[in-house]
Design a protein around this ligand. Structure first.
Ligand SMILES: *Cc1c(COP(=O)(O)O)cnc(C)c1O
Length: 390
């Protein structure tokens, strides 16, 4: 049995309505307005093979089905799959490709994606990396490698480079190559790559989609039934299905996606403007600043600039470490997208798995810090950073 969504029945509604109502219908048996947590491994059958649509929770679970309905609706997709981590989604997509496929990947992607491609799947597929902001380079590499899949992250992590999804999708389409976009940094609230021509969108649910730093999870969305069926088969066969309890927590977190994202972006804009004027700061990367090289493309394909800011502290490692030790509201931690503000040092923390020479090439220097701006009072966050910098 598969849970195919024949049509996206929430398509007439706005994002805030979808994130609250899709998958959120009251329980038909009890009237409970909140979904039950179907914390069960198996389901009773009335006769062999006769059941109510659920057999075993690795294959399907009613709480996870509700989450998948909501995820599909907010990404404007027909199908969604929820798994136990973002990396397990990437793994499923790699398993879906024929052995020996050429895969093109952005040169500034999530550190774990880089590690998965270079240290786990490197003997199964052939990976090439390209600066996805340079469309001539993208076209050249697609023509020469004839890839089966293009892996795009925009904005990138941690440099927040913006790539033109629509133009890259057109190049992929012309050369029979699937486009998968890692949309984690924007969430479906600010960017919907399927509407720009992508074949698959994936997220680390751990970040903005759940938004409360209490779940690790991943998801993918697609309009292509053939891809959904292959990927669901692989999820069931290899086993990284999201648990009922975590699915329930994410459904809960999703209800506030729209208000959280608005506030993340408002706070981040103000903080980025403050940092850009600060005498102790060498450079600020935030797509909402007009001087950001991707600002115009960002305005075209995103409806907000998100909550992530990267900046370089003047003087390198020592003053950067000082900032990390002096902030009070920003917690020193990996991850992002929660209601609370986080700060981290990419070269030592999230991107330590990226080889040093590649880090240098990308600009991930020792003075570089990344913040995930939370939804606290922005005046408090600004004071905290200013104090740590002085
Ligand atoms: C965190 C993250 C991932 C990996 O997701 P997990 O849930 O940690 O497995 C992938 N891509 C991006 C952009 C991320 O931030």
């Amino acid at each position: 049995m598969t849970h195919l969504k024949k049509e996206n029945s929430y398509s007439q509604y706005g994002m805030a309505t979808k994130s609250i109502h899709a998958g959120g219908a009251p329980d038909p048996v009890t009237g409970s307005i909140m979904p039950a947590i179907h914390q069960t491994s198996t389901f009773v059958q009335s006769a062999p093979g006769e059941h109510l649509g659920y057999e075993y929770s690795r294959s399907h679970n009613p709480t996870r089905t509700r989450l998948e309905e909501c995820l599909a609706a907010i990404e404007s997709a027909d199908y969604a799959l929820a798994t136990s981590s973002g990396m397990s989604i990437t793994t499923l997509i790699m398993h879906m490709l024929p052995v020996g496929s050429n895969v093109i990947c952005g040169d500034d992607v999530y550190g774990g994606t880089n590690r998965l491609f270079n240290k786990v799947f490197q003997n199964i597929h052939h990976f090439s990396f390209v600066d996805t902001t340079q469309l001539n380079l993208v076209e050249e590499i697609i023509k020469s490698k004839k890839p089966k899949l293009f892996w795009l992250e925009t904005p990138t992590n941690p440099m927040l480079k913006i790539s033109d999804v629509q133009k890259i999708a057109a190049l992929c389409k012309a050369h029979d190559c699937l486009l998968c976009v890692d949309n984690t940094f924007m969430s479906p609230y600010f960017q919907r790559p399927l509407t720009l021509g992508a074949d698959i969108v994936m997220h680390s649910i751990t970040k903005y989609i759940n938004g409360h730093s209490d779940v690790v999870g991943g998801c993918l969305m697609t309009n292509r039934k053939d891809l959904y069926e292959k990927l669901w088969f692989l999820q069931n066969a290899t086993g990284p299905s999201q648990s009922p309890f975590d699915s329930w927590l994410v459904l809960r977190g999703l209800k506030t996606l729209s208000v959280r994202m608005e506030r993340h972006a408002q706070n981040a804009q103000k903080i980025a403007e403050m940092l850009a004027k600060h005498t102790k700061i060498e450079k600020v990367y935030y797509p909402g600043l007009p001087e950001h090289p991707g600002h115009e493309i960002a305005k075209k394909q995103m409806s907000g600039f998100g909550g992530m800011i990267t900046f370089v502290v003047k003087g390198g490692l020592t003053p950067a470490k000082q900032v990390l030790s002096k902030v009070k509201l920003f917690s020193l931690a990996e991850s992002l997208g929660g209601v609370e503000s986080l700060i981290e040092h990419p070269a030592i923390m999230t991107h330590a798995s990226v080889p040093a020479d590649q880090r240098a090439k990308l600009g991930i220097s020792d003075g570089l810090l990344r913040i995930s701006v939370g939804i606290e009072d922005v005046e408090d966050l600004i004071k905290d950073l200013d104090n740590a910098l002085s």
